[in-house]
Design a binder for this molecule. Structure first.
Ligand code: PEP
Ligand code: MN
Length: 364
């Protein structure tokens, strides 16, 4: 995919003093008092560059708190006046865009449930024509890179140049550790398509639980993300939405103190060592592919043998044994067992494909 968009660097529209951009605030603005108290406490901590607030909440099922709507916008305005921090909120319809801009909201974001729908995104793009406002676009709830890319093309097509991507993870079909699986490789692929679009990590919506926030924040920083958006509420347990994943403004400050922020620039010695280690990885990857190719050639022989003896390609008991033994071998080598399992699922699928191909060939 080769896409060119006109974008302004983050540093041209917000001064973060060279640090990662930090957006903080509650999942939702609930009451004037709750919002202002939270905003003041965040400002006092001094880590945030932008305040966030959910004003219209896209909820999975009706009946949950759907946001205060327009009446919350004056609270955001007040928070901005008092703290001097710009304010941001999610927009999902042209009406939201119009209202948010009328009340002086400084930055907008497109939520994960909106990014999935090109009609909605196009409506938003149309409503943003001629407006000069920063727009962040969250990844779609499903792991579909093209949808995320397409949303940027639509919004950029409206003339928006202050763009940012928010990586909030992807929803799970089954019970999983995190509320939304990060699938970091999708964000890395996004970065390879749009190297100039800042990548903002949203550990709150990935984690779902505050105990996982620090590890996910660290991971985003290790991947050189340009910023973070983290939910913070004056009284997280009482929050009307996303209670389990929010931190008090003070606890968020504490959490951030424990994060290692990596250096952006490095000297010649560092570069030499980096090149040396990357060279080793290149060689190892070649060897890895050679081993996989050797494995495929055995798979092919096995396929011929099965075909000539009229045996089906897939034998479940064998597959279960393969699965268990590889996971165990991986563990003995200190490899992460879920990754080893995923890897062998792929290798097995490829073997089945190869053997099915062989099965359908005539014997030589
Ligand atoms: C949010 O930021 O509060 C939100 C609703 O997030 P997402 O669109 O990532 O689910
Ligand atoms: Mn939320």
């Amino acid at each position: 995919m080769n896409v060119q968009l006109k974008t302004d660097p983050l540093s041209s529209w917000i001064d973060t003093g060279g640090k990662p951009l930090m957006i903080a605030g509650p999942c939702s603005a609930e009451t004037e008092e709750q919002y202002l108290e939270t905003a003041r406490a965040i400002a006092k901590e001094g880590y945030a560059h932008i305040l966030r607030a959910g004003v219209w909440k896209p909820r999975t099922r009706p009946g949950s708190f759907e946001g205060v709507g327009e009446p919350a916008l004056p609270w955001l305005q007040k928070a901005k006046e008092e703290t001097g921090l710009p304010i941001s909120c999610e927009v999902a319809t042209p009406e939201h865009v119009e209202l948010a801009l009328n009340y002086g909201v400084d930055a907008l974001w497109v939520g994960a449930r909106t990014t999935v729908n090109p009609f909605n995104v196009q409506d938003l793009a149309d409503s943003l024509k001629g407006v000069d406002v920063p727009v962040f676009i969250k990844n779609p709830v499903n792991p579909d890179l093209a949808l995320w890319v397409g949303a940027f093309e639509r919004i950029a097509g409206a003339g928006i140049t202050k763009l940012g991507a928010i990586h909030r993870g992807f929803s799970n079909a089954q019970e999983a550790k995190y509320r939304n699986s990060p699938m970091w490789q999708i964000a890395v692929q996004f970065k390879s398509i749009f190297p100039d679009i800042p990548m903002i990590g949203d550990p709150s919506h990935m984690a779902g639980k505050r105990e996982y926030l620090a590890e996910l924040t660290q991971r985003a920083m290790d991947l050189n993300y340009d910023g973070l958006i983290i939910e913070s509420h004056r009284n997280p347990d009482e929050a009307w939405s996303d209670a389990a994943q929010q931190l008090t403004p003070v606890a968020l400050g504490e959490m951030l103190k424990g994060i290692e922020f990596r250096n952006e620039s490095y000297g010649a010695d560092f570069q030499d060592e980096l090149d040396r280690l990357r060279g080793r990885l290149d060689n190892l990857d070649r060897e890895l592919l050679e081993v996989i190719a050797a494995r495929m050639s055995v798979v092919e022989q096995l396929g011929e043998y099965k075909r000539d003896n009229n045996v089906a390609v897939l034998q479940l008991d064998r597959w279960n044994k393969v699965h268990d033994s590889r996971a165990k071998w991986g563990q003995e080598l200190n490899l992460y067992s879920e990754t080893v399992e995923e890897l062998f699922k792929l290798i097995h699928m490829e073997s089945i494909r190869k053997q099915t191909e062989v099965m359908n060939q005539q014997p030589a």
